[in-house]
Design a protein around this ligand. Sequence first.
Ligand SMILES: NC(=O)c1ccc[n+]([C@@H]2O[C@H](COP(=O)([O-])OP(=O)(O)OC[C@H]3O[C@@H](n4cnc5c(N)ncnc54)[C@H](O)[C@@H]3O)[C@@H](O)[C@H]2O)c1
Length: 226
Amino acid sequence: MKKFNIGVIGCGYIAKKAHFPNIASKYNLCAVSDTDLSRAEAVKKEYGAEYVFDDYKKLLALKELDAVHICAPNYLHAPIALEALEAGKHVLVEKPVATTVKDAEAIYRKAREKKLKAMSANCFRYLTEWSILKSFIDSGRLGEIYYVNVKAMRRRGIPPHGVFTNKALQGGGPLIDIGVHQLDLAVYLLGIRDRRGSRGRSGQRSATPPATPGPSGAPGTMRIMI
Ligand SMILES: NC(=O)c1ccc[n+]([C@@H]2O[C@H](COP(=O)([O-])OP(=O)(O)OC[C@H]3O[C@@H](n4cnc5c(N)ncnc54)[C@H](O)[C@@H]3O)[C@@H](O)[C@H]2O)c1
């Protein structure tokens, strides 16, 4: 069977930690792109990507590419995903899929129009503990669940790399970073399709800071109720 040709846009922390080892073991890592060319070159050296670009548009122009993983900062997710779909590629977009609901809807609309797959990399739902909880919920062992209260706190502080502390490029604070994982989990675990309402709140400081704050300052908090 033909191996999928994958291109990765953004060769930073998450691409190196999560994506390259997996892609290289199962698919063909065809092309990589990063505005910092040295990062893309390093990936080529380690995983043998055929093409290396500093401009993602050149990557998207490759005819042989089947799918792209978008691992660039959040503000670029929607524009790159829309261009990739327009170029006929399936897309896996790092979370959050976009920085606004309007942009997220545009991505899924474009994917449907082009008959391609678009997916957000909300990886928490694939962890074993949540699969077990989901099997309990689905089997009815926990009864009817009608209210979810999701809380999360980064005990190790804000990641020091990338654009996490740049609100304009990140698109928000803790809610758009760790919050989308929690929200996705709640929706996934409960199989919510007809959500009647939800409320969310996020802040930049915890009311009860941990004894050992992370290296990059105050932890963020967020709370979502569905
Ligand atoms: N699923 C998870 O649990 C998880 C964990 C960490 C990060 N992420 C997500 O991954 C994304 C990247 O985060 P990161 O921690 O890897 O950040 P990072 O800063 O380490 O990596 C981003 C990379 O994108 C590159 N880049 C910037 N503009 C570009 C462009 N126009 N074209 C190509 N490359 C470009 C940067 O040079 C950098 O190498 C974010 O959306 C973040 O939310 C997800």
